[in-house]
Design a protein around this ligand. Structure first.
Ligand code: G3I
Length: 301
């Protein structure tokens, strides 16, 4: 293939990008998006603060705009993110206990039901594990409602949109480490107890190196009976950038249950990482060496 989406499709994978819907009026941005990508995810517009700014009053403007752009252009949509400790609306930040739990589960139900049938994979819960060596949960208002908040969210999401793959999504899970192993143990437990989980998202916000066991880590999750997806890929600029992008691409292709790759933005100027210049297109919209390296990796074999 000659584009990311065509080459990924030849290997049975999708190739996606995070989109800020405000940029859908930027013709250079949309030109690259429509040419190269066949999956999109809202960078912010499907998060809790955006979709339920006041309790029980839902706003789907941005999310609907993205879904409509995707449908018109033959793209599928990842959903991000139903529950997260960050980007909660102010009203939710002020709740606790059973009141918060009920509000959170209602949020999952309402949002998943609104987009029912239109999302290929939902990040049901985002970033619930702690960094460092504990392997345990991150403290948050949601976690303080009880350790079962994650499984309650997955059950509610399944009931609201039975056709979507339901993912757990996190960062700093790029190799076998305490955090990824904590998540691995949760997924194993969910599968054993019939909690509906279908996939694990590996954000893959990477610096100037990548753990040597990146692929093996994906594989150990796949071996639990879930799909894996690279969900927010971006890589620090520098002499390793193109190689790291290729390594991630090859790892996904080598793991049969890896469904696809999403990069967290289109051009370097669109990235949350600012001067890291972490994406595949430069600030003028030109293909970078990292782009060519991903395309070649997709086309290899
Ligand atoms: O909504 C306000 C807007 O009203 C205001 O005018 C504007 C002024 O700066 O700020 C807007 O909010 C910003 C929002 O993005 C939308 O642009 C927030 O300040 C800003 O913090 C927020 O950043 C997002 C960040 O998540 C928040 O945690 C980034 O765009 C987004 O790329 C980033 O994405 C996360 C994933 O969801 C989860 N994994 C990590 C990843 C990178 O941090």
């Amino acid at each position: 293939g000659t584009t990311l989406k065509a080459s990924a499709a030849e290997k049975g994978r999708y190739f996606g990008a995070a989109v800020a819907t405000g940029k859908l009026s930027d013709s250079q941005y949309v030109g690259i998006l429509n040419r190269e990508f066949n999956s999109v995810v809202a960078e912010n517009e499907m998060k809790w603060d955006a979709t339920e700014p006041q309790q029980g009053r839902f706003n789907y403007t941005g999310g609907d705009r993205l879904v409509s752009h995707a449908r018109a252009n033959g793209m599928s949509v990842r959903g991000h993110a139903l529950l997260w400790h960050a980007q909660q609306p102010g009203w939710a930040q002020g709740l606790s206990g059973a009141t918060l739990r009920n509000a959170a589960i209602n949020h999952v139900t309402q949002v998943a039901a609104h987009f029912r049938g239109q999302i290929h994979s939902w990040d049901v819960v985002n970033e619930a594990f702690a960094d460092g060596g504990s392997g345990g949960r991150r403290d948050s208002n949601l976690q303080r409602t009880g350790n079962d908040w994650i499984e309650a969210a997955f059950r509610a999401a399944r009931a609201a949109d039975p056709g979507a793959k339901l993912c757990y999504n996190d960062y700093n899970t790029d190799g076998v480490n305490a955090k990824s192993t904590g998540i691995y143990n949760m997924v194993r437990d969910f599968k054993a107890r019939g909690v509906p989980i279908d996939c694990v998202g590996f954000q893959s916000h990477l610096g100037t190196s990548i753990p040597g066991d990146y692929q093996a880590n994906l594989q150990r999750f796949a071996d639990l009976g879930v799909d894996v997806q690279i969900t927010e890929l971006d890589v620090m600029t520098g002499s390793n950038q193109a190689n790291i992008y290729a390594t991630v691409t090859r790892a996904c292709l080598a793991v049969s249950r890896c469904n696809g790759i999403t990069v967290w933005g289109v051009r370097d100027s669109d990235s949350w990482r600012g001067t890291d210049d972490a994406l595949l297109f430069d600030r003028s919209g030109n293909k970078k060496p990292a782009y060519t390296s991903v395309l070649n990796a997709l086309n290899a074999g």
